[in-house]
Each structure stands twice: as C-alpha cells, then as structure tokens.
Design a binder for this molecule. Structure first.
Ligand SMILES: [Zn+2]
Length: 147
C-alpha cells in the first residue's frame, strides 16, 4: 500500500507535470502563430517545405503531450476514487519506484507490454511507455512535497 505521504508526493508530481505540459503547449501555440504569420509572406519553395516539416513536428509533439495530459487526469481521477497505484491489467499494486518514474502509468512494466500486445492499452502510436519519462524529471523532490 502507498502511504499518505507517497500518495501526496505523487499527486504533486502529477500536477506539476501537467502544469509543465500545459505551459509547453502554450509556448508551442505561440510558435505556431508565428509560423502562420510567415506563411502569409511565403519565400521560395524550399522555405515552404521547411515550414511544413516544422508544422508536422509541432502537431506530433502536441498529440503526445495531449496524450500524457489525458493520462495524468486519469491518474488524478483514480486517486480520488482510491484506485490509484493498482495495475489496470493484473489488479496488483504497482511498485512506488515505477510510479515515481511514471506517475501516470496504469500498468506494471511487464503488464504494459502484455496490454500493448493485446491492444487494450490506451497508447499514443509510436511512443512507448518508457519513452514517456521526461528526461529532466528528478526523483528527489523534497522541496515540493511541502507545497
Ligand atoms: Zn500488472
């Protein structure tokens, strides 16, 4: 069982991560607005090709971020319902270490693989569960647990 302190720490992580994603998304919308501005005065064909590529990249990143935001909301709902930390595949508890690494995960690492094979995992195509760990995420965050 997760302790109240562990749950609290994970909740802070989830909320913090969601906030970060929303901010990053907002920044990207600004970039997108700038691209659209540039399209109004197109240069040569090479520039247009470059712009399309950038646009596609932005779309992809947004889709991935939307997916994680949705998973974070799902995790927060489960916290409220008291089912957070229970693997949705096997019904057993997910170790705290895994939740710390991916607080919005629904499964054990091995269950995520099985769920994916069986096509029941809510996936974002081409992004594996392991790849969703933000690189800058720190494990030790004593500073935020008091917030
Ligand atoms: Zn499991």
């Amino acid at each position: 069982m997760l302790t109240r302190e562990q749950l609290e720490a994970l909740k802070v992580k989830l909320l913090e991560e969601k906030q970060k994603l929303l901010e990053r998304y907002k920044k990207k919308e600004d970039t997108q607005a700038r691209i659209e501005e540039e399209v109004k005065e197109p240069g040569d064909l090479e520039d247009i090709g470059q712009m399309t590529y950038t646009q596609e990249l932005l779309d992809t990143l947004s889709a991935r971020e939307f997916f994680i935001i949705k998973e974070i909301d799902h995790a927060l709902n489960k916290m409220q319902a008291g089912t957070y930390g229970i693997c949705e595949y096997c019904g057993e508890e997910i170790p705290y270490e895994r939740l710390l690494a991916i607080p919005w995960t629904r499964y054990h690492a091995h269950c995520a693989e099985k769920a994916e094979e069986e096509g029941i995992v809510p996936t974002y195509p081409a992004i594996s569960f392991e790849a969703t760990i933000p690189e800058e995420m720190e494990i030790q965050r004593e500073d935020i647990t008091e917030a």
